[in-house]
Design a protein around this ligand. Structure first.
Ligand SMILES: *[C@@H]1O[C@H](CO)[C@@H](O)[C@H](O)[C@H]1NC(C)=O
Ligand SMILES: *[C@@H]1O[C@H](CO)[C@@H](O)[C@H](O)[C@H]1NC(C)=O
Length: 402
């Protein structure tokens, strides 16, 4: 069963800014709030789940094909938003997925057609590893809350779907290439973000993501299309170019080095930033150094390193050096929220580290994943227009919340 941490709402923060010239296009930006949900059913080994996702990224990347097979259904932590389809709109609860790009409905609630609904006659089918859907392609008006409207958005309408209990489908915000070969008679399907850009609703293909930490009682994050939300950050956004190393370059790949307590445990290498990964995964050689420096021991149930309270008080900063900036994770940022130990099969008195073994040595072209546990400490900006990823500090960067 999913534990829904927060209710959903949508805020349109700025639909148009003042233009210097009356002829220039308005630069729109809109923010969609989402809820973070932890799958608490059964014993979860979040390390296994994250590692399987990492392996899928590598396999798909090496095949040179983005086939949408990265599993969102298997994630320990998922993000959902309310999305309207049709006019008048029916609201659907959709998983937000940066690892796939088709938007579809119909897993639970059936599609209510209105005058804006058009059947394209094409079939659509996407496999997510641990889940899949197939059905027909329609185009319809998609509304992200009350203000942000996308006309003629391609949507999948599922006639069959497996692995999507408790949600109606997916809002796919990954790169358009991931839609290749998913719809009959179609090369790639413009994503929600593509259409926001082509319809002039946003002026740059940029997404800003803010996660309130999972440990907070009301953990509502927000997704900003067309820019980032200045009110959520406490520093300027510093950018780094997307990496050229494959397979990381098929995703939101960057170069970074890693140090612990001032000692380098990973020299500069390529990896990815991924909202669908819960933990921080680093290459096995770097992980071994991290384990011996922290004194952590592997816990069989959770798959995580566990440390004693003495070892916790000795913990040093873990730093990700990206571009010319060092992003520090404090000792508190390196541990799983203790209030959520039971959600991952852990025991309440224990301390678990969120840094885990990627399962392969560095030099693979995808040597780390900066997942949710990093992104809840730093605001992230995914800028496809300029081929870069940016980060900024937030009120939670150094907070003691876990
Ligand atoms: C939650 O996790 C369980 C156990 O891993 C899995 O069987 C189930 O499909 C998951 N539920 C959802 C909705 O992803
Ligand atoms: C990233 O690292 C790779 C190999 O380590 C290097 O070839 C590349 O020039 C670096 N920079 C970018 C932007 O990819």
């Amino acid at each position: 069963m999913f534990h829904s941490k927060a209710l959903l709402s949508l805020i349109l923060i700025s639909s148009a800014v003042v233009d210097a010239s009356p002829l220039s296009r308005s630069t729109g930006k809109a923010t969609l709030s989402f809820a973070t949900r932890i799958n608490e059913s059964g014993t979860l080994n979040i390390v296994d789940k994250d590692r399987a996702r990492a392996q899928a990224f590598k396999n798909a990347g090496h095949l040179g094909k983005r086939d949408g097979s990265i599993s969102v259904t298997n994630a320990a932590m998922t993000y959902t938003a309310q999305v309207g389809v049709g006019n008048p709109a029916t609201e659907y609860t959709l998983l937000i997925d940066t690892g796939s790009s088709n938007t579809w409905i119909g897993a639970s609630k059936t599609y209510s057609q209105t005058s804006t609904s058009q059947d394209t006659g094409n079939t659509v089918s996407v496999s997510y590893g641990s889940g899949s859907f197939s059905g027909e392609e329609w185009t319809d008006t998609v509304t992200l809350g009350s203000g942000l409207v996308i006309e003629d958005q391609s949507i999948g309408v599922a006639s069959s779907a497996t692995g999507f209990a408790g949600v109606d489908g997916i809002l796919g915000i990954g790169p358009v290439g991931l839609t290749a070969d998913t719809v009959s008679n179609t090369d790639t399907v413009p994503t929600v973000t593509d259409n926001l850009l082509s319809q002039g609703t946003i002026s740059e293909e940029v997404i800003g993501i803010y996660y309130a930490p999972a440990s907070e009682s009301s953990s509502t994050g927000e997704l900003t299309f067309g820019g980032y939300d200045k009110s959520m950050i406490t520093s300027s956004v510093r950018y780094t170019s997307l990496t050229t190393s494959s397979p990381a370059s098929n995703y939101w790949g960057i170069n970074q080095s890693i140090s612990y307590g001032g000692t380098t445990i990973q020299s500069t290498t390529s990896g990815i930033v991924d909202t669908g990964t819960t933990l921080i995964l680093i290459a096995s050689d770097a992980f071994q150094q991290y384990q011996s420096a922290t004194g952590g021991t592997l816990d069989d149930t959770t798959g995580l390193l566990t440390i004693t309270s003495t070892q916790y008080s000795d913990l040093q900063s873990l730093s990700f050096n990206i571009g010319d900036t060092s992003y520090d994770l404090s000792p508190n940022a390196q541990i799983w929220p203790r209030s959520l130990n039971s959600a991952i099969g852990g025991s309440s008195g224990s301390i678990y580290l969120v840094v885990s073994d990627l399962g392969s040595s560095s030099g693979s072209g995808l040597d780390f994943i900066d997942g949710y546990t990093f992104l809840e400490r730093y605001y992230s900006v995914f800028d496809a227009t300029n081929g870069r990823v940016g980060f900024a500090t937030t009120a939670y960067t150094d907070a003691t919340i876990n």
